[in-house]
Design a protein. Structure first.
Length: 454
């Protein structure tokens, strides 16, 4: 595929133009997309679209009509850009603090399907395949993911809690868990199972809440490696309870690098609030345990541009923070990695975003699903990603694996890993997908300046 200002001499041509006539196109092997300047002009303003239209069977928020001779009558790239650039949440910034919730999103507000950009892509590819057939041209087989996989699921664990003082910290965590099940969620059965898990772990001499070495051992045995997110700063009450400068913590977490796992920075809750904070966290992790390539924000709390700017400066190559804490599925309408876009500088950031589509906390705390019902949601989400041939990240917190917190949730993780592999997907880590995605992006002139190789 090549970008150009004149039609291709052979093969398919995809025209994106506002002009009524594009000279020199062979209509038989050309697909014409509407370029509608009025749609793009709305993105220069501050007013968020307030209604959802259906055009050519697709959900559209910028429905201005293009030229009559176009095959796609609305500006598909402008609509895709609106979602992929998280335009709505960036314009609304401040109203919700540093955390974007599905409940406040354009998806919830206008009833937009969360895979809207996937639908645009699917419609575009279907039309192109029809043109190729009409012109008697070959249509390429779908691209594959690392290892020849049909889709990819980036496994990850955010280390939010470690029993630094085993007895005291486990007692506090146990009391919190009980209070949550009994008081907030009025679920005595789960409380009882959590207590049984806690006692069982204590009797076996196992750590009921830390679980990092156990997790790494079992994943290594299965031949998979998750990206492990370690936090290094505490500036907010919601931040983690441990410090990597504590020699016991550093010794405990050394297993991540020693086992060849992908060590990432779990950026602290307020890390994007002040210039230099995020970069300092990268340096702290680099000197305590090793230099990270990837990252996810704790609580998915961040300022959009501050995060990606800081990641570029700190040499972070991929991020996994773009997901909703309160809802599964994509937050940018898309089930594939992408380069987030700087609206102020009109360029892609040199960071690969591998969006988050599934999290244990979403299912347990926001959707209040017990392990049995949560599996249905996990299965549907994985099936959707497999059907699209996409790649996204999922996170389970190490704390659930001791079975002393959210009973059954640890087992769901192993079931998830098995299901991904049984469906022909790659269950892999962030650095693998980052390297693969960058190698592909470098082949396209429009990405080449931003997408340095991994
Ligand atoms: Zn976290």
């Amino acid at each position: 595929m090549e970008y150009g200002t004149v039609p291709a001499r052979d093969g398919l041509t995809l025209v994106y133009s506002a002009a009524q006539d594009v000279p020199g196109v062979d209509e038989r092997r050309t697909l014409i997309l509407s370029h509608v300047p009025a749609a793009w002009e709305r993105l220069d303003g501050r007013t968020d679209p307030d209604r959802l239209a259906t055009v050519d069977g697709l959900p559209v928020v910028l429905p201005e009509a293009g030229t009559e001779r176009a095959d796609v009558s609305f500006d598909l790239p402008a609509n895709a850009f609106y979602f992929l650039s998280s335009w709505s949440e960036r314009r609304a910034r401040g109203a919700n603090g540093a955390r974007a919730l599905y409940a406040d999103s354009v998806y919830a507000r206008l009833g937009v399907p969360q895979d809207v950009v996937d639908r645009y892509l699917g419609a575009l590819l279907a039309q192109l395949a029809r043109v190729a057939e009409r012109a008697g041209l070959a249509w390429p087989a779908p691209a594959r993911w690392p290892g020849g996989a049909t889709h990819a699921v980036v496994l990850s664990h955010d280390v939010d809690f470690l029993p630094v003082r085993p007895l005291v910290d486990s007692a506090v965590q146990g009391a919190k868990t009980l209070a949550r099940h009994l008081v907030r969620q009025r679920d005595p059965a789960s409380a009882a199972r959590a207590v049984a898990g806690l006692l069982g772990a204590a009797l076996r001499g196992r750590d009921p809440y830390g679980c990092v070495p156990e997790l790494i051992a079992r994943e290594s045995a299965l031949g998979v490696r998750a990206s492990i997110q370690v936090a290094v700063a505490r500036r907010h009450p919601r931040d983690v309870n441990y410090s990597v400068e504590d020699p016991r913590v550093a010794a405990y977490l050394r297993v991540v690098r020693d086992s060849g796992f992908d060590l990432c920075l779990h950026g602290s809750y307020r890390s994007t609030e002040a210039p230099g904070w995020y970069e300092a966290e990268v340096e702290r992790l680099a000197s305590a345990l090793g230099r990270p390539e990837g990252s996810r924000q704790h609580y998915l709390a961040f300022d959009y541009d501050a995060l990606f700017r800081a990641q570029e400066r700190a040499g972070i190559r991929y991020d996994m923070s773009v997901g909703y804490p309160d809802h599964p599925g994509p937050r940018a309408g898309f089930s594939f990695p992408y380069f987030p876009y700087s609206l102020a500088e009109d360029r892609p950031y040199d960071v690969v975003e591998i969006g988050l589509v599934l999290m244990d906390v979403t299912l347990q705390s926001y959707l209040r699903l017990d392990a049995r019902r949560a599996w249905g949601t996990i299965e549907a989400c994985l099936a959707d990603l497999a059907a699209k041939g996409g790649a996204a990240s999922v996170v389970w917190h190490p704390i659930v694996f001791g079975n002393a917190r959210d009973p059954g949730y640890g087992e769901l993780w192993w079931r998830l890993v098995d299901a991904v592999r049984a469906a022909g997907g790659a269950a892999t880590d962030g650095r693998t997908v980052n390297a693969w995605w960058r190698a592909r992006a470098c082949a396209y002139p429009s990405f080449a300046p931003a997408a340095r190789a991994a």
